[in-house]
Design a protein. Structure first.
Length: 190
């Protein structure tokens, strides 16, 4: 199991944000119901889960309460799933640094930290989206299985980097999601 402080450190959460997260965690009184957590980790209920979580947390002007709660789900669920599935820690870190990237981007634009991407974060939390090298890959199970490719704002889009990312994802998918291999081969043959 990973502790909050260790998670904040490996995700390189900015010190200013980390101290506010720690303050919130220490003063937190509300326990988030498992029903809400289950919605956040269930792709069909992401939006509802995030909405219910926001309602429970109330006033959260910088998004740090919801960020703490989502990081807590990562600590208690996502990290354990990565360990159980033997997915490498570097993929866990690269994937979950989604939140760090957007904290920094908000700071660069507005000169203060704010987390406004809670609505997207369940993709990573629920182990449906992974960052492999330059790109992010989302397993979409809506009717037909699809793999959505996302381009992170800090992606290295040079040909070699993208090629390595795609190659790395194929190896990742084959090892950790072999049930998706057949789908890939069928779609590619079409």
């Amino acid at each position: 199991m990973i502790e909050n402080n260790e998670l904040f450190r490996i995700l390189e959460i900015p010190n200013e944000v980390e101290s506010q997260l720690i303050d919130y965690g220490n003063s937190r009184e509300e326990q988030i119901p498992n029903a809400v957590i289950n919605k956040i980790i269930n792709p069909g209920e992401w939006d509802e889960g995030i909405k219910e979580l926001q309602e429970l947390l109330g006033d959260d002007p910088n998004g740090f309460k919801i960020l703490w709660e989502l990081l807590n789900i990562i600590k208690n669920y996502s990290y354990e799933e990565y360990v159980k599935r033997k997915i490498p820690n570097d993929i866990f870190i690269a994937t979950m640094k989604f939140c760090t990237r957007f904290l920094h981007e908000h700071y660069q634009i507005y000169q203060f930290y704010k987390f406004v991407w809670a609505w997207w974060f369940p993709r990573q939390i629920s182990l449906n989206e992974y960052r492999i090298g330059a790109l992010e890959y989302e397993f979409v199970n809506a009717g037909e299985r699809e793999i959505a490719v996302h381009i992170p704002s800090d992606a290295d889009l040079r040909k070699w980097s993208v090629s390595q990312s795609i190659k790395g994802f194929h190896e990742f998918r084959k090892k950790y999601y072999p049930e998706w291999e057949e789908i890939w081969n069928c779609k590619r043959a079409s």
